[in-house]
Design a protein around this ligand. Structure first.
Ligand SMILES: NC(=O)c1ccc[n+]([C@@H]2O[C@H](COP(=O)([O-])OP(=O)(O)OC[C@H]3O[C@@H](n4cnc5c(N)ncnc54)[C@H](O)[C@@H]3O)[C@@H](O)[C@H]2O)c1
Length: 317
């Protein structure tokens, strides 16, 4: 039996990860949320839910004790574009919040998964096939908290034996919960506009390549890494994982294959564009493949077909 707490369970990743964990494990899979972001529908009805504000260590500890939690998926964060607007709050959630989670995990012997991001990289990082172990010098608060989070998580493993593991997620594409204000959100929005029959106004310039991944592969990565044999792990926080890399023109043309009347124009958002340009074009995920058998199943075309069919079945207005 596994007892899992998901902090930030109602966001883009959590709303799907929580349900996936409930399908796989028969213990308490607790959806942690903050007031104003309550779970709804299946997420609310299929298991326990508790208020867990990551900035409140005692609240985390109480829920961990109540449900005998052994694993924490810590998904609370402000995403890259929002974090640039509220850098102080991004630090409070990303760093102070992570510290609270790690302290509770140390005292209660929990494993911890805290997603990192391609945002750990910066302008001095090799851009193509970015290696696992390379320069991490972001100039965004999001990136600063992600690098700090990787280092702090490794510290808790080395110093206290807390079982911390993580991946650097690329931009995630999904059709259930909307993205939370990241630089790669355009690659989700473009599908919604195509299905609604609208013109898409793209905030990222043509020729800007970023790594992306379809949500089913991202969920699989998180769970597979947490279940991996620890004796094989050379790295911990955090693994590069990759499945596809494209620019706006490539994803637009792929969608147009299935929605021929679809059109797109550009209105580049300077904040998102500058963040996008500081991130890699593509990642080398060899270490994840060797150390825990990571392998994605979706490419751009199979993702596009699935996204379009799932969104069409929702009769979007
Ligand atoms: N979605 C992506 O494309 C992507 C890519 C790379 C990394 N990540 C990382 O994955 C994690 C989850 O991302 P997401 O896309 O689901 O984000 P999201 O913005 O959709 O969800 C974040 C969740 O955190 C919650 N939250 C905010 N403040 C909180 C607080 N004080 N205490 C507890 N919860 C709080 C929000 O209510 C929300 O449910 C984050 O660490 C993010 O940086 C996401």
């Amino acid at each position: 039996m596994k007892n899992v707490l998901i902090i930030g369970s109602t966001g883009q990743i959590g709303s799907e990860l929580t349900l996936e964990l409930r399908k796989r494990y028969n213990g308490n899979i607790v959806a942690g949320y903050i007031p104003g972001a309550e779970p709804k529908g299946e997420l609310l009805e299929s298991g326990p839910a508790e208020v867990v504000d990551i900035t409140n260590e005692q609240q985390i500890a109480e829920v961990v004790s109540k449900y005998k939690i052994d694993t924490i998926y810590n998904l609370a964060a402000l995403l890259s574009a929002v974090a640039e607007i509220k850098p102080q709050l991004a630090w409070k959630i990303g760093m102070d919040g992570l510290f609270n989670v790690l302290e509770v995990a140390r005292e209660h012997h929990c494993a911890v998964f805290t997603p990192s991001s391609i945002g750990v990289f910066g302008n001095n990082t090799p851009k193509d096939k970015t290696p696992q172990d390379t320069i991490r010098n972001p100039r965004t608060m999001y990136g600063v908290t992600k690098v700090g989070g990787e280092l702090l998580s490794d510290y808790y493993y080395i110093r206290f034996g807390v079982d911390t593991r993580s991946v650097r997620f690329p931009g995630l594409i999904s059709y259930i919960a909307p993205p939370g204000g990241g630089t790669t959100d355009y690659a989700v929005d473009i599908y919604y506009e195509a299905v609604k029959g609208n013109k898409f106004v793209c905030p990222i310039a043509a020729g800007t390549f970023m790594d992306m991944m379809y949500m089913p592969d991202a969920l699989h990565a998180a769970i597979q890494l947490m279940e991996a044999d620890p004796t094989r792990l050379v790295h911990r926080n955090a693994f590069n994982i990759a499945s596809m890399s494209f620019d706006p023109e490539i994803i637009f043309n792929n969608i147009k294959k299935y929605v021929p009347e679809f059109t797109m124009e550009y209105a580049v958002d300077s904040l998102r564009q500058s963040i996008a340009e500081s991130w890699p074009n593509s990642l080398d995920d060899t270490c994840a493949r060797i150390e825990w058998d990571w392998k994605p199943t979706y490419d751009l075309d199979t993702m596009t077909k699935d996204m379009l069919s799932k969104l069409k079945s929702r009769n979007l207005k």
